[in-house]
Design a protein around this ligand. Structure first.
Ligand code: SF4
Ligand code: SF4
Length: 380
């Protein structure tokens, strides 16, 4: 890419979906709120966009080009309404097309291509998380398809998200089922990493499967799947009503359908995942679900639309990030400063990174939990 004339690169970025690239006036308001400002590192969105306007030369390193976590904080602060995430994605796609992605992300893409999941796990092990549980198969008479994200299917810590959710759905009498090994990754991270062709392939296979099975409504365990199904599948033939598990659990608790003791008086801080909060606007349901346990919800310094990204979006959950560059380390310290005994979240990426950083920070008295885990612990 380095030898390509900049106008050609600029036009290629625009054609790849970075349509707003040239609307940027370089004011720097995006960089002012980007979490990279708070850690060591070279990434700044204004500079990235400038490089996109001028051509990609010198910006092909993993650290810089693949720094953006797609947290959307900058998007809300841009006076020109530049689709900054779209520009990042378009820039990455040029590098991915030329074979230049970081090795860990190449492995993610290769596994999605071969196995339908990013974790380099066999497709047939997709249902390993259900061991010992009563999990119905989806049939058209069921109200919801439960779409368990790849991370909750394969990653040991996150499997508890899916297991707790099933326990809650069963107790509430929700009509749902799962599709099993035929389902593919929703494609969210694949698109953000920059492999548009693979994204389209995964979506095509899922849409064909969902439509053939008569799926109308979907529960997701990950806010990343929520956003992708709700906003990106319709243009590719997949039109479904989508709800995140935390939203459904809040509704079930509010309707008195979950037998919760309501006696958990621990102090709980809620970490708003970027894709549930800023991307989907769901700030209250997770807090309502926590309150239904009896928990005292304490707010951290940054909450709701100002929440600090955990650092796991945009493919970065698979990239090695040294402690001094981890947003999640700042976040667990914020939770401790707010007096939280539990830091709850509603996303498998957040859960994983916050858990790692809790250990790094030595915060032994802080528990990291997903909302469903906390609710399941409070079932009477
Ligand atoms: S805030 Fe918007 S206009 Fe300003 S530098 Fe960032 S992308 Fe460009
Ligand atoms: S989406 Fe988040 S990480 Fe990416 S440039 Fe914007 S503020 Fe920074």
């Amino acid at each position: 890419m380095g030898q390509t004339p900049f106008l050609e690169v600029n036009q290629a970025i625009v054609q790849n979906g970075g349509a707003d690239l040239n609307a940027c006036m370089q004011c720097g308001l995006c960089a002012a709120v980007c979490p990279w400002r708070e850690v060591e590192g070279e990434f700044l969105p204004r500079l990235m966009i400038r490089q996109g306007q001028l051509g990609l030369e010198g910006y092909e390193s993993d650290e810089v080009l693949f720094g953006c976590t797609t947290c959307a904080k900058c998007v809300l602060n841009c006076p020109r309404e530049v689709d900054i995430i779209g520009v990042m994605r378009a820039m990455r796609s040029l590098v991915v097309e030329s074979g230049g992605a970081p090795e860990t992300l190449k492995a993610v893409l290769g596994s999605c291509h071969a196995n339908g999941n990013p974790w380099s796990e066999p497709r047939q092990k997709r249902m390993a998380w259900t061991e010992g549980l009563d999990v119905p198969t989806y049939t058209p008479d069921k109200e919801y398809l439960l779409f368990v994200c790849c991370t909750s299917c394969y990653e040991q810590r996150s499997q508890k998200i899916a297991r707790s959710l099933v326990e809650l759905l069963n107790r509430a009498g929700v009509s749902y089922g799962v599709l099993g090994p035929e389902q593919n990754c929703c494609g969210e991270s694949v698109r953000k990493i920059g492999d548009e062709a693979l994204f389209q392939k995964l979506v095509g296979a899922n849409v064909e499967l969902f439509n053939a099975r008569g799926v109308k409504k979907i529960i997701t365990t990950s806010p990343h799947c929520l956003k992708t199904f709700a906003s990106e599948y319709p243009e590719l033939g997949g039109d479904y009503q989508v709800i995140h598990s935390s939203q459904l659990l809040a509704a079930l608790a509010g309707a008195g359908k979950l037998p919760l003791a309501g006696t958990d008086s621990r102090q709980v801080a809620f970490h708003d995942p970027c894709y549930l909060g800023r991307h989907a606007g769901a700030f209250e349901p997770p807090r309502q679900a926590l309150a239904a346990c009896g928990a005292r919800v304490v707010e951290m310094e940054r909450e709701r639309e100002f929440s600090l990204c955990c650092g796991g979006g945009g493919g970065r959950v698979w990239m090695e990030t040294p402690p001094e560059r981890r947003f999640s380390l700042l976040r667990v310290r914020e939770a401790a400063a707010a007096g939280a005994e539990i830091l709850a979240t509603a996303c498998p990426y957040c859960l994983s990174l916050l858990e790692d950083s809790r250990k790094t920070a030595g915060l032994e008295n802080l528990r990291i939990m997903e909302i469903g885990e906390l609710l399941a612990e409070n079932l009477s």
